[in-house]
Design a protein around this ligand. Sequence first.
Ligand SMILES: NC(=O)c1ccc[n+]([C@@H]2O[C@H](COP(=O)([O-])OP(=O)(O)OC[C@H]3O[C@@H](n4cnc5c(N)ncnc54)[C@H](OP(=O)(O)O)[C@@H]3O)[C@@H](O)[C@H]2O)c1
Length: 343
Amino acid sequence: MTHVGVLGATGAVGQRLIQLLDPHPEFEIACLTASDDSAGRSYRDAAKWRIETPIPDDVADLDVRETDPAAIPDDIDLLFSSLPSSVGERVEPDLCEAGYVVSSNSSNARMADDVPLTIPELNHDHLDLLKVQRDERGWDGALVKNPNCSTITAVPTLAALDTFGLETAHVATLQAVSGGGYSGVTSMEIIDNVLPHIGGEEEKIETESRKLLGNFDGAELDHHDADVAASCNRVPTLDGHLENVWAETSEAITAEDAATAMREAPSLDLHSSPDQFIEVFEEPDRPQPRLDRMVGDGMGVAAGGLRETSNGVQYNCLAHNTLRGAAGASVLNGELLVEQGWV
Ligand SMILES: NC(=O)c1ccc[n+]([C@@H]2O[C@H](COP(=O)([O-])OP(=O)(O)OC[C@H]3O[C@@H](n4cnc5c(N)ncnc54)[C@H](OP(=O)(O)O)[C@@H]3O)[C@@H](O)[C@H]2O)c1
C-alpha cells in the first residue's frame, strides 16, 4: 500500500480526492492538511462535506494538520495537492525539497520547463522531465502537475485531431460553478446569469494545451505550435465543463474522420483510467453536463455535434471538472508515478 496525504483536503477538489482515494486499492490516506483555521480539528469537523457519497468514517476521524513540511509524517510516499495556487507556490517546492513526491492540481509551476504537465493517456512520456527536474533542483522529491479543468476537457480531442496536423483550435467554454471552488462564485452572481470572463482561464487553456501536445526529446520539451485561443464563461451548472471547439488541420478532415480518431484515442491500464477515453455521441444535442458528465465514471471525455467547417471541424466536448478535470486527474498522475517507479 502507498501511504498518501491530501493537501487542501477540506476544499472542493480535496473532498473529491478523499472520495476517490478512500476506496483506492493502491493508496491509503494517512495525512490531511488544510489552512490554519482547520488545523487541529477532526476532518469531520473541519470539512463541510458536500459530496454525494457519505464521508468515509476512517478519514472523518483523522486530525487535519497544518500545511507545512514539518507537519507531514515521514512515512508518506505521495502527496496530492489541491491548495490555492498562491499557497502551492510557497509550500510545494519546500515539500519536494524535503523529499516528498507531489501530484498537484494547483496552477503554480504548471508551465515551468522542468515540471511535467501530464494527462497520462496523452503524454505519459513527459514524466521523464522529472530527471531534468531532480538534476536542476537537487530535489529528492518531485513535482508533477495536472492541467486546468477547462484545458483537460478539450485537449484529448485536440490530440486525436493532431493526427491530421492540428493548426488552430478556438475554444469557447461553459464552465460549472464547482470549478471556482466552494467560495468561488456567489449565488447572487450566478443564478439567472452567465459570467463571460474567468480570470486567467483563457491564458491557461492557450498555454497548457501547447505544452501538453508538445514533444519531449528526453532533455527538452518542445511546445506544439498550434494557434490556440479561448473564451471562458461561467454558467449555472454544478459540475461538468462543456466546451465548443473549432479546429483546423493541415490535412483535409471530415466529421467522420474526426469521430473515428476520437473514438480510437487509447486509454491506459491504470486503476482510474476509463475503458473508453473519448466517447463520441451521434445525437447532435449531446454531450450535456447533467446527462454526460459521469462518462467513464467521471474520468472519460465526451464529444458530439461533430460537423465540417470550411477548414476543419466544429464540435462540443465535456468532462467532469472536479473528477477528470482535477481530483481524478491528479490520482491518475499518482498511479502513473507509482507505475513508473517514481514513488
Ligand atoms: N474546482 C475545480 O474544478 C478545480 C479544477 C482544477 C484545478 N483546481 C485547483 O485546485 C486547487 C483547489 O481548488 P478548490 O476548488 O478545491 O478550492 P477550495 O474549495 O477553495 O479549497 C481550498 C483548500 O485549500 C485550503 N487552504 C486555503 N488557504 C490555505 C492556506 N493558506 N494554507 C493551507 N491550506 C489552505 C483550504 O482549507 P480550509 O478549508 O481550511 O480553508 C481548502 O482545503 C486550486 O489551486 C484550483 O485552482 C480546481
